[in-house]
Design a protein around this ligand. Structure first.
Ligand code: NZQ
Ligand code: ZN
Length: 381
């Protein structure tokens, strides 16, 4: 392991009925802007629970954060927050609402900086406090300091870093209403988060290897059961907790990371609007196929420990491991290649052009340029 410092200050409040705790988690004299998405919280009862808990607080509401939240919408929310002089933000919804809230928090704290300039700078230097009621397990945004914002005008999607949520409430019952497709995308996202922090080189940390393998194995085990019953409290608790543990910066302590698949996936979303989790399922197997030499030790380890692949030559076992990962994504009903979505070489060319224009060198070995990203996509046309 290399040297590291670690501090994750988010208070997690997990379990049934915990939205009511908002009443005590937020000081009475704090003026709160509630940030919502497109309305799922109105139909599943989450909105009513939040309003009931905060009935003695002064609140302002901002509605309309879209999936892959747009900076154009963030600017409107910043304007409202500044006009209303709010002290704190509460995101109520999925990763998109949480990420947008992180950006709004920066926009209110630094009104002189356009939110997109802040995103491009990769770092929010100041943010007002924010917290979340997370209703969609996937991104880990409820317990991390990252966010991903899209610019519709420029057709770009970029990540930035900043503060962590002060607290996050995770009530597994809020997940019962998630449409099956978004559950599938959420499960794929969790698995790829773990892969991005695990599928590098062997021998860095036994603890974190087994931690990441444990989260992935759990998701692979519960996925078919959730398809049968998405209102099982125990199953949805594991799903929700796996999402948080997959990307709250725990499994990346002192080890190398990859993130190639995410960077390419963000391009597919920016260009074609593909839902985040599905974009990862479309890219991941091409990534490990193309980088199979570099990731050989970890592919063999994962194949043996998680998929039970012990027979055959190293090459055969790696083939079987990649096939096993692809089979998992397919079992979720997700696309695993460009052509599954009617896309082809032109898309791979355009991804290469866009990444080359940014001069990127991605991945744990910094060897993935736009041209290599193209090769990755062409592995799974
Ligand atoms: O907008 P509403 O009406 O709330 O509907 C949402 C949305 O349509 C719905 N939904 C959420 N919770 C629900 C629900 N519907 C019924 N019942 C519920 N309990 O689900 C749809 C998808 O929601 P969204 O928030 O877009 O999904 P997700 O949580 O997967 O977030 C995706 C965004 O997060 C970014 C992605 O790039 C994407 O922009 N990511 C953020 C990361 C981070 N902050 O660390 C890391 C990730 O890798 C990812 O890049
Ligand atoms: Zn992700």
């Amino acid at each position: 392991m290399f040297n590291f410092e670690f501090q994750n200050p988010t208070k997690l409040v997990f379990g049934r009925g915990q939205i009511a705790r908002l009443a005590e988690l937020i000081d009475k004299d704090t003026k709160v802007m509630l940030v919502f998405g497109g309305g799922s919280v109105k139909t599943n009862g989450v909105y009513d629970q939040v309003k009931e808990a905060l009935k003695d607080h002064q609140t302002v509401e901002f509605w309309g954060i879209e999936s892959n939240p747009a900076v154009e919408t963030v600017r409107e929310a910043v304007k409202l927050g500044l006009e209303e002089k709010v002290d704190m933000l509460l995101a109520v919804g999925g990763g998109s609402v949480s990420d947008a809230t992180k950006c709004i928090a920066a926009g209110i704290a630094m009104p002189e900086v356009d939110p997109w300039d802040m995103v491009v700078s990769y770092s929010a230097k100041k943010q007002i406090p924010f917290a979340t009621v997370m209703t969609m397990p996937a991104t880990g945004s409820e317990m991390n300091n990252g966010a991903v914002i899209s610019n519709r005008t420029l057709c770009q999607k970029l990540a930035f870093r900043g503060a962590y949520p002060v607290f996050s409430i995770l009530d597994p019952e809020t997940t019962y209403s998630i449409p099956s497709y978004h559950i599938a995308c959420g499960l794929a996202d969790i698995v790829v988060h773990c892969f991005e922090q695990y599928m590098t080189t062997t021998g860095q940390s036994r603890v974190l290897d087994r931690w990441a393998e444990g989260v992935i194995a759990t998701v692979m085990e519960i996925a078919p059961q959730i398809r049968e019953n998405k209102t099982d409290y125990a199953l949805m608790s594991d799903y929700m907790f796996a999402a948080t543990m997959g990307l709250n910066n725990f499994i990346r302590m002192g080890v190398t990371q990859d993130w190639v698949t995410h960077q390419i996936g963000h391009e597919l979303t920016a260009m074609h609007g593909i839902t985040h989790g599905e974009s990862l399922a479309m890219v991941y197997c091409g990534t490990v196929e193309h980088l199979r030499e570099q990731k050989k030790g970890k592919l063999l380890q994962f194949g043996e420990r998680v998929l039970g692949i012990t027979e055959g030559t190293e090459d055969e076992r790696i083939d079987a491991t990649i096939a096993g990962i692809e089979a998992f994504f397919k079992s979720l009903g997700l696309a695993t290649r460009l052509s599954d979505k009617g896309l082809g070489v032109e898309t791979a060319d355009e991804v290469a052009r866009r990444l080359n224009a940014r001069g990127v060198h991605l991945g744990e070995a910094k060897n993935v340029t736009g041209d290599v990203a193209r090769e990755i996509l062409l592995k799974r046309l």
